[in-house]
Design a protein around this ligand. Structure first.
Ligand SMILES: *Cc1c(COP(=O)(O)O)cnc(C)c1O
Length: 363
């Protein structure tokens, strides 16, 4: 009998009654935008993330773009970021009017290589946007030292790294701001689009609340050019129902990853190392030069896999003429990487089944 193991599982489970109660509460109140659910979620998420303030916005992309704008980073400024990520990391820099500049990867960690970041600095560089990719934190000790030496701001793309820590410090609190996404597949997901920015700076928090709401100070008084990107009450209520479970889900992700690591010992593919115990395993990427055949083999065994990501961001047509520095490590990873299923509802037995199918790949 063949297995059937889908890549993800997005139907609420144990959290369903609390989600339902939260949605009912919003409907009974009859207030949908900028209300008590968002205010409560912002306080609860800030506390969980180890920050003083959280500002809810419409998406993770908007979270990055608004954090840049709140720091006055825009046209004429360069922002150094990773060539391997959801393309939204770079698109958010462009939304702010700034120019993304790509530095290649640390080949083990698959996040920004600090030495290459330093080499990419020009007189126009204003900020560094490290991405804590797949839930593995970037090397923030080294990146912070570079930022300090060159007087640059750091904004962390923590969209895949809820509750992760880098050398013991919560991600998103190391730089001036951290951006999170609550897209449904993320470690903390809404039932739609949502995002947030965290910061410890009160005046930045205040400006972000204005920028997400058309630049208004009070109703119908627009002090500056803002956008319309708010985390609505319904999604805030859903996220509040789920947030208390996030630590447990993260523990489960780590346990599943540890089981994969031992079960995949000697398997005919490469498992990237865990470079920091603060890794939260948003995904479980593996690499093989025979990716296409490997994915087909697993599919025939009933196991669904996905590619994160098939194209390095600087190679995307959307960035034609923008990115000039070659990123050969990121390009190789994009040709070889694919993700095995990993989510809190996955069972130990399913990990064992997947690992057995991996070992059975004809070399
Ligand atoms: C999901 C994601 C984003 C964008 O978040 P959205 O909520 O989809 O806009 C940005 N960066 C990374 C690394 C992501 O995984």
């Amino acid at each position: 009998m063949s297995a059937h193991i889908p890549f993800m599982h997005l139907t609420p489970g144990e959290d369903a009654p609390d989600i339902r109660a939260g949605i009912d509460r919003v409907i009974a109140r009859g207030w949908y935008i900028l209300g008590p659910e968002l205010e409560a979620f912002e306080a609860e998420f800030a506390s969980a993330a180890g920050a003083t303030f959280a500002i809810g916005v419409g998406t993770g992309t908007d979270a990055i773009a608004l954090a840049l704008r709140a720091l006055n980073i825009g046209p004429g400024d360069e922002v150094i970021t990773s060539p391997l990520s959801a393309a939204y990391s770079a698109l958010a820099i462009m939304m702010a009017g700034a120019t993304p500049v790509f530095a290649d990867l640390d080949p083990d960690r698959l996040t920004l290589d600090p030495a290459r970041v330093e080499a990419a600095i020009t007189p126009r560089t204003a900020a560094i946007l490290p991405v804590h990719l797949y839930g593995q934190p970037a090397d923030m000790v080294a990146i912070e030292a570079i930022a300090r030496r060159h007087n640059l701001v750091i904004i962390e793309d923590a969209c895949q790294a809820h509750l992760a820590s880098s050398a013991g410090r919560p991600v998103g609190t190391i730089g001036a701001a951290g951006a999170f996404s609550f897209y449904p597949t993320k470690n903390l997901g809404a039932l739609g689009d949502a995002g947030a920015i965290i910061t410890n700076d009160a005046s930045m928090a205040e400006r972000l609340k204005r920028l997400r709401n058309g630049g208004q100070t009070n109703r119908y008084h627009h002090l500056e050019f803002g956008v319309n990107t708010r985390l609505d009450e319904m999604q805030a209520a859903v996220l509040r129902a789920r947030l208390p479970r996030l630590a447990g889900w993260t523990k489960r992700r780590r346990a599943l990853a540890a089981r994969y690591r031992s079960a995949l010992n000697g398997a005919p593919l490469t498992v990237p190392p865990e470079c920091d115990p603060g890794h939260v395993y948003h995904l479980f990427p593996v690499l093989s030069p025979a990716r296409e055949r490997f994915q087909a083999h697993l599919k025939a065994s009933g196991i669904e896999t996905l590619i994160h990501y098939p194209v390095a961001i600087p190679k995307q047509p959307a960035l034609d003429g923008i990115a000039t520095t070659p990123c050969p490590i990121a390009e190789r990873v994009c040709n070889e990487v694919f993700s095995l299923p990993l989510h809190p509802a996955l069972s130990d037995a399913e990990v064992d089944t997947i690992a057995a199918a991996v070992h059975a790949f004809p070399r």
